[in-house]
Design a binder for this molecule. Structure first.
Ligand code: KG4
Ligand code: ZN
Length: 355
C-alpha cells in the first residue's frame, strides 16, 4: 500500500493542507484563501496573514483529512514549507507540522517552497519529476529558469533569473496601477482574455539579449507612464479610473509583453540546455496566455511540456507533500529543532536541495 503524506503550506497568504500518496496522487488539496482580508490593503499584510493562518490552520488540516476520508493516524509523514516566505506565516505552518509530528509520532520534513512549486509537475502524473528538464519558475517573488539535471542535492543549475521584479510582482503592481485590485495576475488574465482590439506596444526588456535573465521593472514603469499620460489626456484626476476599454487594452498589452519575454527566454534556455522536457511552475504559470504560448513553443521545439493544472501552479500544499516525500525518501527526516528560513533561495548548486 502507498504511504500517505500530509502537506502544509502557509508561506504567504493561503492556508493550505493536502493529503497526497507516495505515488503523487492527490487525495485532497484544501486552500484557505485570505484574499478578502488583504484586498482592501492592495497587498498582503504580514501580521494580518499570520493571524489568519493561526485561525485557519487546524480547520484546513481537518478539512484535508475529511476530504481524503482518512485520519491523522493514517499519515506516514508530515511535510511543511520552511521558506522562503513571510516569517510569521511560515512559523504557523511549521509549528502545526511539528505538533502533528510529535503528537502522532510521524517524521517531519521541511521543504523549500520553490522546490515544492517544481514538484507540482509530479502531481497526479506518477509522482516523479521528469529529469533532465528545464523549469520556468514564475511566482509572486521569483522568476527563474532552472536546469534540473537530477533529483539530488545540488543537481539544479540556474540558467537565468530576474534582475529586478518577479513576473507575478509585475502583474500585481500593474493591476494596482490600473485599479484592478489584488491579486493582479488572475484579474489581468481575465480582463486580457476578453480584449480583442488593437494592442499598445510596450517594451520587452532584455527579450533579445543573449542571456536567460529577465527584467520587468522598466515594463511596469512604461505602463505607469502610459496610464499617467492617458489620465492627463482625458483630463482625469491623478487617481481617476481610465475608461474600461482602455484598462482592458493596457492590461492585455502588458500581459502580451510579459508573456513574449517569458516565452522567448524559456525557448532560449531549452535550446541551450538541449533537454527534451520543459516544466512550468508557480502562480504565473496559471496564466492562460502563457500556457498557450508555452504549448506552442514546446510543439515547435518538439519537447514535452509539463505544466500542472492552474490549481497546482498557485500556492497549495499538495506540491509540498510531493516534494517532502521525495526529500524524506532521499535524505531522511528533519528534527523537531527545524526552523523556518524566510530567505531560503532557489534550490540550485552546491548546498541546494534536490530539484
Ligand atoms: O506561486 P504563487 O501562488 O505564490 C508565490 O509563491 O508567490 O504566485 C502568486 C503570483 C501572484 O503574483 C499572482 O498575481 C500570480 O502569481 N498569478 C497570476 C495568475 N494567477 C496567479 N499571474 C498571471 N496570470 C494568472 N492567471
Ligand atoms: Zn508560491
Amino acid at each position: 500500500m502507498r504511504d500517505l503524506i500530509l502537506g502544509i503550506e502557509t508561506s504567504c497568504d493561503d492556508t493550505c493542507a493536502a493529503v497526497v500518496d507516495s505515488g503523487g496522487h492527490v487525495l485532497s488539496s484544501v486552500i484557505g484563501s485570505q484574499t478578502d482580508l488583504h484586498a482592501r490593503y492592495g497587498g498582503v499584510v504580514p501580521e494580518v496573514a499570520s493571524r489568519a493562518h493561526s485561525r485557519n490552520i487546524v480547520p484546513a488540516v481537518r478539512a484535508a483529512l475529511e476530504e481524503a476520508a482518512v485520519d491523522l493516524g493514517d499519515m506516514a509523514l508530515v511535510a511543511v514549507t520552511r521558506g522562503p516566505g513571510l516569517v510569521g506565516s511560515l512559523l504557523v505552518g511549521l509549528m502545526a507540522a511539528k505538533g502533528i509530528s510529535w503528537g502522532v509520532g510521524i517524521p517531519l520534513v521541511g521543504v523549500n517552497h520553490l522546490t515544492a512549486h517544481m514538484w507540482a509537475a509530479a502531481l497526479d502524473s506518477g509522482g516523479d519529476l521528469p529529469v533532465p528538464s528545464v523549469c520556468l519558475v514564475v511566482s509572486g517573488g521569483h522568476t527563474e529558469l532552472i536546469l534540473i539535471e537530477g533529483l539530488h542535492e545540488g543537481e539544479g543549475r540556474l540558467l537565468g533569473q530576474t534582475r529586478d521584479d518577479a513576473a507575478g510582482e509585475a502583474f500585481d503592481k500593474v493591476a494596482r496601477i490600473l485599479g484592478l485590485g489584488y491579486p493582479g495576475g488572475p484579474v489581468i488574465d481575465g480582463v486580457a482574455r476578453g480584449f480583442t482590439g488593437e494592442e499598445l506596444t510596450f517594451p520587452r526588456p532584455m527579450k533579445d539579449d543573449d542571456s536567460c535573465d529577465f527584467s520587468f521593472s522598466g515594463l511596469k514603469t512604461a505602463v505607469a507612464l502610459h496610464v499617467e499620460e492617458r489620465r492627463s489626456g482625458l483630463g482625469l484626476a491623478d487617481t481617476g479610473a481610465l475608461p474600461e476599454d482602455e484598462v482592458a487594452r493596457t492590461a492585455a498589452s502588458f500581459q502580451r509583453a510579459v508573456v513574449d519575454v517569458l516565452v522567448a527566454k524559456t525557448e532560449r534556455a531549452v535550446r541551450l540546455a538541449g533537454v527534451d522536457t520543459l516544466i512550468a511552475a508557480g502562480g504565473v504559470a496559471a496564466n492562460s496566455e502563457l500556457r498557450l504560448r508555452l504549448s506552442e513553443v514546446a510543439e515547435h521545439l518538439s519537447v514535452k511540456l509539463v505544466i500542472p493544472p492552474p490549481r497546482y501552479c498557485t500556492d497549495n500544499a499538495a506540491m509540498v507533500a510531493a516534494a517532502g516525500y521525495h526529500k524524506f525518501a532521499t535524505r531522511g527526516a528533519d528534527g523537531l529543532d527545524l526552523d523556518v528560513d524566510p530567505s531560503l533561495t532557489v534550490p540550485v548548486g552546491a548546498g541546494g536541495e534536490p530539484g
